[in-house]
Ligand binder design. Structure first.
Ligand code: NAD
Length: 334
C-alpha cells in the first residue's frame, strides 16, 4: 500500500513512519507538514518528496492511503479533504473535537465506501491480547469491575495545542482517557453505555483539565473507572489496567504505553462459601511479561492495509472510536 502522511512531525516521525517502513507491503510516497522545517526534516530523513500544503500533496502523489497525525482541530477537515481525493484514511486518535464532528466524518467515509481507522494501538499490546484471551477462557469468570490508569507529566508549554480547548478539544481526557475507554471496550467486547467524570486543573495553569476520574458502566453492567492525569511524574506512573471477575483478577502493569512491555498477573481463585473473617491469604498469580518485539503501530497499520486490500471496508473500530468521542462529550457536558 502506498502511503502519504499529513502532520509529519511528532508521533508520525517518532513511531508511525518507522513502523510503517518495517512492513515490506507498505511504501511511503510523500509527507506534508505545515511547518516547513518539519516537512523538510521528515521528507529528507525518509527520502520522499515533502510538502507544506495538503492539497498539493494529495493532488500530486498517488498514495492509496493517508495517515493523518495533526492536532485534533485539523482532523475533520484534513480527513474530509483526503476523502475528496478518494483516499482511505488512517487518522490518529482522538477522532475529532466532538462526538458530532466524529460521527459526521464516519458517515462520510461509509457513504463513500473508503476505509477509516483510528490510531488506538493499545489493543495490539501482547498483554492486552492475553487479557482478552484469558477472559474468553473463563480465566476470571464474569468481569465485574475494571480500572485503568494512564498518566504522563505535561507541564505548561507556551502555544501547545493540547493545552487549548479549541485546538485539542480537552485535556487529559481527550489525550489519555480516550485510550482507556477504547481499550476497555475492546477487552470486554461490549460498549460502554454510560460515563461520567470529575475533572479539573490543579497543578498547571492551562485551560484544559490536567486530571480526571471517569466512572463508567458497560452494556452488560460491568462497572469501572479511569484515572487520567497530566500532573503525575512519569516515574510515578503505574500505567495499569485491572480487571476483576467473580473468579479472579487480571492486572496489567506498565502496559498503557507506546511500547509493548510491562507485566500481566493472573489469579484464578473461585470462591464458594462466604468467609466471614475475610482472611487475606493470597495465592501466587501467574505472571506474564510483554513482548518487546511486538510493535503495536506496525500491527495497526497492517490490519488497516489488510482491510483495504479485502475491498470491504470495516467500520467496527472507527464506530467504537466515534462512540468514545460521544462518551467524552457526555463527560465534558459539551
Ligand atoms: N497513538 C499514539 O500513540 C499517539 C501518540 C501521540 C500523539 N497521538 C495523536 O497524534 C496526533 C498528533 O499528535 P503529536 O503528538 O504528533 O503532535 P505534535 O504537535 O508533536 O506534532 C504534530 C505535527 O503536525 C504539524 N501540524 C500542525 N498543524 C498542521 C496542519 N494544519 N497541517 C499539517 N501539519 C500540521 C506540526 O507542525 C507537527 O509536526 C494527535 O491527534 C495526537 O492525539 C497519538
Amino acid at each position: 500500500m502506498k502511503w502519504c502522511v499529513i502532520g509529519a512531525g511528532g508521533i508520525a516521525d517518532r513511531r508511525t513512519i518507522p513502523a510503517l517502513l518495517t512492513d515490506k507491503n507498505n511504501e511511503l510516497v510523500a509527507v506534508m507538514d505545515k511547518s516547513p522545517v518539519a516537512a523538510k526534516a521528515t521528507g529528507e530523513k525518509y527520502g520522499v518528496p515533502y510538502f507544506t500544503d495538503e492539497k498539493e500533496l494529495l493532488a500530486t502523489t498517488d498514495a492509496d492511503a493517508v495517515y493523518i497525525s495533526t492536532p485534533v482541530f485539523c482532523h475533520k477537515s484534513q480527513a474530509m479533504l483526503a476523502l475528496s481525493y478518494g483516499k482511505h484514511v488512517f487518522l490518529e486518535k482522538p477522532v475529532c473535537l466532538t462526538g458530532q464532528e466524529s460521527r459526521s466524518l464516519l458517515d462520510a467515509f461509509r457513504a463513500a465506501g473508503k476505509q477509516l481507522s483510528i490510531g488506538y494501538m493499545m489493543k495490539y499490546h501482547s498483554l492486552h491480547e492475553k487479557a482478552k484471551a484469558l477472559i474468553a477462557k473463563d480465566g476470571i469468570g464474569n468481569v465485574n469491575s475494571v480500572r485503568a490508569q494512564f498518566t504522563c507529566w505535561y507541564p505548561d508549554i507556551a502555544g501547545a495545542w493540547r493545552q487549548q480547548k479549541a485546538l485539542g478539544g480537552g485535556g487529559a481526557i481527550m489525550d489519555l482517557g480516550v485510550h482507556c475507554l477504547e481499550l476497555i471496550e475492546d477487552i470486554l467486547g461490549e460498549p460502554i453505555v454510560e460515563a461520567k467524570g470529575f475533572f479539573g486543573t490543579r497543578t498547571f495553569s492551562y485551560e484544559v483539565e490536567d486530571g480526571a476520574v471517569i466512572i463508567l458502566r458497560t452494556q452488560s453492567g460491568v462497572l469501572g473507572h479511569v484515572d487520567c492525569n497530566f500532573n503525575i511524574p512519569d516515574k510515578a506512573s503505574e500505567s495499569k489496567l485491572e480487571l476483576y471477575g467473580d473468579k479472579g483478577y487480571i492486572i496489567c502493569r506498565g502496559t498503557l504505553a507506546q511500547e509493548d512491555g510491562g507485566s500481566l498477573s493472573h489469579l484464578y481463585c473461585p470462591q464458594g462459601d462466604y468467609e466471614a473473617a475475610q482472611h487475606r491469604t493470597t495465592d501466587e498469580p501467574v505472571l506474564y511479561t510483554g513482548d518487546p518485539e511486538n510493535n503495536m503501530y506496525r500491527r495497526q497499520l497492517a490490519a488497516f492495509a489488510m482491510q483495504v486490500a479485502s475491498g470491504k471496508p470495516d467500520y467496527t473500530l472507527a464506530e467504537r472510536a466515534v462512540r468514545v468521542q460521544e462518551l467524552v462529550d457526555e463527560i465534558y457536558g459539551n
